[in-house]
Design a binder for this molecule. Structure first.
Ligand code: NAI
Ligand code: MG
Length: 356
């Protein structure tokens, strides 16, 4: 079949890693009879320069008309002095909102070839394979009321509201159970229901939705314990589902288990319509245009797109296997270099991946 992909190369190293990912995607698809119709659009700084907007109307329209969005990275020194509302980063938020992408999926996988790059000991992290599913558009980051007030003694107060409704929890729970089903069939829901009413509703709702997934083993954990267990015994986790604030913190914590920003993909997906697939890293302006970037996070993002956005698990498997094979052969980009390894440019790594 033919799949329509909206590709947003963005800024900095974005275009370099996009080129590699599209080559590998095309090759992996071909061997399974799958084709990709690619339409590139502007986003971020590149879009500001051309149109004045970080997310032009025609880019959002192209994304809406696609089966999936593959985004590289946005931002750079050139736009850092713009007022925050009109900066490249605004394009990302507008895209997620525009596509209703409420579920953020962040895998933290420690490949044995890279386990020494982790902040923790090899015995603890080798074999870690976690998927954190974070609710992205609700919770305390968006809850009302919010703001500042001053009492009659003149003391200022700042406040936010952590709020989740049943439908909001139901839809993220469905995404998480579906993701667990594609993995090792274990889901851990993380909350703070010993203290927070919003978490009690969260736990009840996830438990109720879990009845529709009898093949998935559901457990619950308090967030403070989850933060500890991620460092003590990260291998105990398969799929994790949690709210916006807890997910923000735990996904960054989990990413440090892997110790390599250039290897981390992510997905932001809606209930219906195209999802957004992108590396966790930014546009790396310090190495942009020098053919030094690690394209693997972008290749793995395209693999996530195949698995979670297009239901092409075999194409995803092949792309992930290409990354493993390149590492097995001792090939590394500069960010992953260690003794005895062979250093490659971004484009040469692309050739190795293509061959694999
Ligand atoms: P960054 O992730 O771009 O870079 C952090 C460090 O990691 C840099 O030293 C960079 O060279 C290195 N690095 C990142 N990705 C790499 C790769 N694929 N291969 C090799 N090395 C890599 O984060 P930073 O420096 O904080 O932000 C730079 C720009 O990116 C800013 O404008 C920021 O707003 C933007 N940004 C964009 C994101 C996105 O598009 N989702 C996410 C994070 C930052
Ligand atoms: Mg964060």
């Amino acid at each position: 079949a033919t799949h329509k992909i909206a590709v947003l190369p963005g800024d900095g190293i974005g275009p370099e890693i996009t080129k590699v990912a599209l080559q590998v995607l095309e090759a992996a698809g071909k061997s399974h009879g799958e084709q990709f119709e690619v339409k590139e659009s502007l986003v971020g700084g590149a879009a500001i320069d051309a149109t004045g907007q970080p997310l032009p109307e025609e880019t959002l329209a192209a994304c809406r008309a696609s089966d999936a969005v593959l985004l590289a990275a946005i931002g750079g020194y050139k736009w850092d002095s713009l007022p925050s509302a009109s900066r490249p980063e605004g394009g990302l938020l507008a895209l997620r909102t525009g596509l209703n992408a409420f579920a953020n999926l962040r895998p933290a996988v420690v490949l044995p070839q890279l386990a020494d790059g982790s902040s923790l000991k090899r015995e603890i992290v080798e074999g870690v394979d976690i998927m954190i599913v974070r609710e992205l558009v609700g919770g305390i980051y968006f809850g009302q009321p919010r703001g500042f007030s001053t009492n009659d003694k003149g003391h200022k107060t700042g406040y936010n509201t952590m709020v989740y409704s049943e439908p909001e929890v139901e839809r993220i729970a469905h995404v998480a159970f579906d993701a667990a089903r594609k993995r090792r069939k274990r889901l851990c829901s993380v909350d703070k229901s010993n203290v927070l009413e919003v978490s009690q509703l969260w736990r009840q709702t996830v438990t109720r939705i879990g009845k529709e997934y009898p093949d998935i083993e559901l457990t619950h954990m308090y967030v403070d314990n989850a933060a500890m267990q991620l460092l003590r015994n990260p291998k105990e986790f398969d799929t994790v589902v949690t709210g916006n604030l807890f997910g923000d913190i735990l996904s960054d914590e989990a990413s440090m288990l892997t110790g390599s920003l250039g290897m981390l993909p992510s997905a932001s997906i809606p209930s219906e319509g195209p999802g957004i697939f992108e590396p966790v890293h930014g546009s790396a302006p310090d190495i942009a245009g020098q053919d030094l970037a690690n394209p693997m996070a972008m290749v793995l993002s395209a693999a996530m797109m195949c698995r979670y956005g297009l239901s092409l698990p075999q194409v995803a498997d092949d792309m992930e296997a290409a990354v493993t094979s390149a590492l097995d052969q001792g090939f590394r980009t500069g960010d992953l270099m260690s003794d005895g390894m062979k250093q490659l440019s971004c484009s040469d790594m692309g050739q190795v991946l293509l061959k694999a």
